[in-house]
Design a protein around this ligand. Structure first.
Ligand SMILES: *[C@@H]1O[C@H](CO)[C@@H](O)[C@H](O)[C@H]1NC(C)=O
Ligand SMILES: *[C@@H]1O[C@H](CO)[C@@H](O)[C@H](O)[C@H]1NC(C)=O
Ligand SMILES: *[C@@H]1O[C@H](CO)[C@@H](O)[C@H](O)[C@H]1NC(C)=O
Length: 355
């Protein structure tokens, strides 16, 4: 945070479950600032440095510049909340503040996107420091600061258990990851896309809901039940004085041009600028409401922060790799270029963590 914005803006996170508005006292007058509502502003001074050419940890799937993306303007958009200014991400300050701590991202491959952005942002801040990365795809330690950043793969958060008759998605069990998750100091979760996956790739053959095992069920209902299980797990297993818990809003995709006023378009490949303004024409994805609704139910005395990044990401029709990725040339309008939009998710995480 630079001195000016520290002076003008004092951030006080209200601990009402995740929907934590941030109070911003600008020039002595206090006003409520929802940092998730705003618009993207073109700013030549932003980002301070594009780390994609120098980050040793950057995955080829997200490295749009390396895989031929011809434009660079998408790197220059800054998220501007309507009611206040965001502090810039300061990697050294982050590492100093997080000294001795472990940060863990748990979720699907878009969570991996965010993890990849964070380790690159931190590396860019301290490129000469000792960094150990034995499994850099999911485990990096900044030794001089004793900060470890980890990514753990979990499509559903709840358990998938191999039984004699097949793989069972257990909507009311979090035994699997839970013991590992709760050891760390900062946990960031997401879930979403996979609840609607079809075929064998979805990773399970049956769903268990209570004592009932079925072949399949309404996926939205299934996701809501799993999120409720997750909420109970936070309530019962996590000491939120020690462990800060974050949950990401649904990460949107861009495969339907009619959502942003270009009917007929089936992907994001021609987009080079964000949607202007603060409203995404197509509205939020229908599952966003399920996540928000379930998170509201997590007990209010628990410090769970909801990172409501759905709309701000939705506006970034220009933020995806499209075909500029090292993942085999497919059309990708689901993941995000790194550097890019995930840096802003981390900037928001930084805001809440360091507030
Ligand atoms: C998330 O942000 C969007 C856009 O600002 C807003 O419409 C929605 O109500 C927010 N949700 C929550 C739970 O704060
Ligand atoms: C960093 O690495 C150098 C070279 O291996 C070593 O001499 C130094 O002690 C390390 N510093 C820390 C803090 O681990
Ligand atoms: C929760 O963590 C805090 C800080 O580490 C500690 O002081 C407290 O005793 C813990 N509470 C429980 C119930 O373990």
């Amino acid at each position: 945070m630079d001195a000016a914005s520290r002076r003008s803006c004092h951030f006080v996170a209200l601990i009402i479950l995740g929907i934590s508005p941030i109070l911003c006292f600008a020039g002595g007058a206090s006003k409520k600032c929802d940092v998730f509502s705003g618009s993207w502003v073109f700013d030549q001074s932003y980002p301070p440095s594009d780390y994609s050419a120098t980050c040793p940890f950057l995955r080829s799937e997200f490295d749009c510049q390396k895989y031929g993306r011809p434009d660079r303007h998408y790197l220059n958009y800054r998220w501007q909340p309507s009611g206040c200014n965001l502090p810039r991400f300061n990697g050294v300050r982050f590492l100093e503040k997080m000294k001795g701590k472990q940060i863990m991202f748990v979720g699907d491959s878009v969570m991996l996107n965010q993890y990849n952005s964070l380790i690159c942002l931190l590396h860019a801040a301290v490129p000469k420091s000792n960094i150990s990365a034995p499994y850099q795809t999911h485990y990096v330690t900044f030794q001089d600061y004793e900060v470890t950043v980890t990514y753990l793969w979990s499509h559903y958060l709840v358990d998938v258990v191999e039984e004699s008759f097949g793989r069972v998605l257990k909507l009311d069990s979090i035994r699997d990851g839970g013991d590992r998750w709760k050891q760390v100091d900062v946990l960031v979760f997401n879930t979403g896309f996979w609840w609607y996956a079809k075929g064998n790739g979805k990773g399970w053959d049956f769903v268990q809901d209570g004592n009932t095992i079925v072949k399949d069920m309404d996926r939205t209902t299934a996701m809501a039940k799993a999120l409720a299980t997750w909420g109970r797990w936070v309530d019962s297993a996590v000491n939120t004085t020690k462990t800060r818990v974050f949950f990401e809003g649904i990460f949107p995709t861009h495969y339907r041009g009619n959502e942003w006023g270009k009917p007929g378009l089936r992907d994001c490949s021609r987009e080079t600028v964000p949607v202007a303004g603060s409203r995404y024409p197509g509205g939020p994805p229908s599952i966003a409401g399920v996540v928000e609704g379930e998170l509201r139910r997590v007990k209010r005395n628990k410090r769970v922060h909801f990172l409501n990044v759905t709309t701000l990401s939705h506006l970034r029709i220009d933020g995806h790799p499209a075909t500029y990725n090292g993942a085999g040339g497919g059309m990708d309008c689901l993941h995000w270029c790194v550097a890019g939009v995930p840096d802003t998710w981390n900037q928001l995480l930084y805001l809440f963590l360091l507030a």
